[in-house]
Design a protein around this ligand. Structure first.
Ligand code: PLP
Length: 420
């Protein structure tokens, strides 16, 4: 029996958010699973796609499909225009200074690996250091470990307190003359912690250390302005941002990108090739070898326009209300422990329930129509820090409703009864 107070308008102050209207834009939300209405709470893994994005993909493939930058025919011109237009729309969304700073990659993971392979291999040497945090996704740990092994450099890890907040004094202490890069998440996928990223960047820049921001969990929820942040690199994934899979963005300051060697060799990243020498293409093409994910780029730009149209402030306010309400509801479940209670949190509810294994709990929730993620969330060091093998994670988006959170809490309660 759920006893928390009801969700009130004051939970999302000063706004009229017609969530039912918004939900109609997302066809996948309107379905039953295991005979129950779907409650989709796995948005940090991947988010659902609005009809506008689906239409953009279908529109591209049904009218404009051709290779870019190469053809002299009209369809190729249309495809190139759409692809480069998408780059400019994404540049504007992030407020990057130039479209030359927007590199299309497969996802956040590839963006980080690109920086590791080009910046890292060029500017990191023996005994140098790279600073990350204890709450990084494996995508922002393993590439740096690989680089450190190759270069005999060292990884330094900023610890977190029991709430999941970064210990900033430790961060400041770790920055030194051997630090070559700070690579830190803006929002933790496992805990929801929102890191003080501007302060992190400011402190690193005081030592002339460049900063890579992993924005995979930030761009779907927050307005991101890379010039305001001042970061040197920023990565995110299309599929978590209501866009297609297989497309992501690496933003890099032009001054860095110019100094970095190409990532992969092949078509499009060259100006001229002879067997003696290759002259590389200008930015951003230097980093985009081979035929790109043209439809993906168009779909991602459409997704960003869609969320900008809803208003990122309004999205943030609604999700904040949902998070507060969900936190209260889950607090009423006996034996439930929330993992991650940072002072500034994004829309993630990660928890364990008594000694019930997260996978068992996740399966029971699934049978009640509630889609969550159960596991280590590709953040095993976070699990170790909090002394749990895995958690159940409900991750929210602006199309979720207070009623869905009530369903989640009831389903968890039911699981408790089954296991008792
Ligand atoms: N960084 C964070 C914070 C994430 O949450 C994820 C995915 O969950 C990633 C990076 C990797 O994303 P992708 O698999 O789309 O590259």
């Amino acid at each position: 029996m759920i006893t928390a107070r009801a969700f009130k308008a004051s939970d999302a102050p000063g706004m009229r958010w017609d969530v039912e209207r918004v939900r109609k834009d997302f066809p996948a939300l309107d379905q039953q699973v295991h005979g129950k209405p779907l409650v989709y709470l796995d948005n940090a893994a991947t988010s659902q796609k609005p009809q506008a994005v689906i239409d953009a993909l279908v529109g591209y493939y049904s009218r404009d499909n051709a290779n870019v930058h190469r053809g002299v025919h009209l369809m190729s011109e249309r495809a190139t225009e759409a692809y480069e237009g998408a780059r400019v729309r994404i540049q504007r969304h992030l407020n990057a200074a130039s479209a030359r700073e927007i590199i299309f990659v497969r996802q956040a993971t590839e963006g980080i690996n690109l920086v590791m392979a080009t910046f890292g291999r060029s500017f990191v040497g023996p005994s140098d250091e790279i600073v990350i945090t204890a709450i990084e996704h494996h995508a922002n740990i393993v590439p740096w470990q690989m680089l450190c092994e190759e270069k005999r450099a060292a990884l330094r890890v900023v610890p977190v307190d029991d709430r999941g907040d970064l210990i900033m004094e430790e961060y400041a202490r770790l920055l030194g003359p051997r630090t070559r890069l700070v690579a830190i998440t803006q929002v933790s996928n496992a805990l929801g912690t929102v890191t003080p990223i501007k302060e992190i960047i400011r402190l690193a820049h005081r030592h002339q250390i460049p900063v890579l921001v992993d924005g995979a969990q930030a761009v779907p929820h927050h307005q991101v302005d890379v010039q305001d942040l001042g970061c040197d690199f920023y990565v995110f994934s299309g599929h978590k941002t209501f866009g297609p899979t297989g497309i992501g963005i690496l933003y890099g300051k032009e001054t860095w990108l110019e100094r970095m060697p190409p990532y992969q060799g092949g078509g499009d990243m060259i100006k001229a090739v002879t067997f003696e020498k290759t002259i590389y293409n200008e930015l951003p093409y230097k980093f985009e070898a081979g035929t790109p994910h043209i439809a993906g780029a168009i779909g991602l730009a459409t997704a960003l326009e869609y969320i900008a149209g809803l208003g990122l402030d309004r999205i943030g306010a609604w999700e904040h209300g949902l998070l507060a309400y969900g936190t209260e509801l889950l607090a009423t479940v006996p034996g439930l422990r929330l993992i991650g209670t940072a002072r500034r949190k994004s829309a993630v509810l990660s928890f364990v329930l008594d000694d019930i294994h997260a996978h068992d709990l996740g399966t029971i929730l699934d049978h009640q129509g509630v889609a969550v993620r159960a596991g280590h969330h590709c953040a095993m060091p976070v699990m170790q820090r909090f002394g749990v093998p895995a958690t159940v994670r409900a991750s929210l988006a602006f199309y979720n409703t207070p009623a869905e959170l009530e369903t989640l809490a009831s389903a968890v309660q039911k699981a408790l009864e089954i296991f008792r």
